[in-house]
Design a protein around this ligand. Structure first.
Ligand SMILES: [Fe+2]
Length: 248
């Protein structure tokens, strides 16, 4: 069983289109799932949600999705300085003002967590868990520098075992680490990478009895189309440069 895991699209339609067409060109993909944060920072929130719906791609609620759906006071995003805080609020206000009622409803429908059983569930076998942040909140950043003890606490809370995989996004930086036999996979970001590589990122996870393989994929897309649309919208122009530089 081979799964494409796409996360943190953040209303970047050109990036999503490029990733979906890359996935469509591959043989043997069992299913595609998203790991949330469909909207925010770019000007295609409605188109992004509609495209995922049209393709029948299920997924979990990111902090941005659940905040918009519930009219929460802020997006649950982290900022390191006053300018970042200001930008974060501008993006959230723009997104709330521009999502349609149908988009908002779709965001509210997203489950918090999805569990996949590649071997079917009628027999024992590996389990793949998808969340946006961690097991208790979609706002928690599971960064690569988290300790083994932190990851194991997460695994225990999720009830996962050796050979299972826990997949998440939210930090926009891809990584993979095995602790006590459990795979921890941060899928990175389709529409707003923060690791200095502007290309759209996603994961191919292949599960066979006794093995889990993780491949990180990066795809070039029309980043200038996204940057231009940001500049032409009322979103802060800073977001255009952010995309061009991969968050550097
Ligand atoms: Fe995100």
């Amino acid at each position: 069983m081979r799964y494409a895991l796409i996360s943190d699209i953040h209303a970047n339609l050109p990036a999503l289109e490029a990733v979906l067409s890359d996935i469509a060109g591959r043989d043997g993909i069992t299913a595609t799932y998203h790991l949330g944060d469909l909207v925010g920072y770019a000007p295609w929130p409605n188109e992004t949600v509609a495209l995922l719906k049209e393709r029948g791609i299920p997924g979990v609620a990111g902090n941005y999705d659940s905040a918009v759906a519930t009219d929460y006071k802020h997006c649950g995003c982290r900022y390191e300085d006053p300018r970042q805080e200001e930008l974060s609020h501008l993006s959230y206000a723009w997104t709330r003002a521009h999502v349609s009622a149908a988009t908002k409803h779709s965001l509210g429908e997203l489950p918090f967590r999805i569990t996949i059983r590649p071997e079917g569930g009628h027999a024992a076998g590996a389990e793949i868990t998808l969340v946006h942040g961690n097991q208790s909140l979609n706002t928690v950043y599971v960064t690569e520098d988290r300790s083994d003890a932190f990851l194991w606490k997460m695994d225990t809370a999720l009830g996962v075992n050796e050979g299972d995989a826990v997949c998440f996004g939210h930090t926009h930086k891809p990584w993979h680490r095995v602790v006590n036999g459990v795979h921890h996979v941060n899928t990175g970001s389709v529409g707003r990478p923060k690791d200095g590589d502007w290309r759209a990122g996603y994961v191919l996870l292949t599960a066979a009895p006794g093995t889990v393989e993780v491949e990180f994929v990066r795809i070039e897309y029309d980043v200038e189309r996204a940057a231009r649309a940001i500049v032409e919208s009322d979103l802060p122009d800073d977001f255009a440069d952010y995309l061009r530089t991969g968050g550097r």
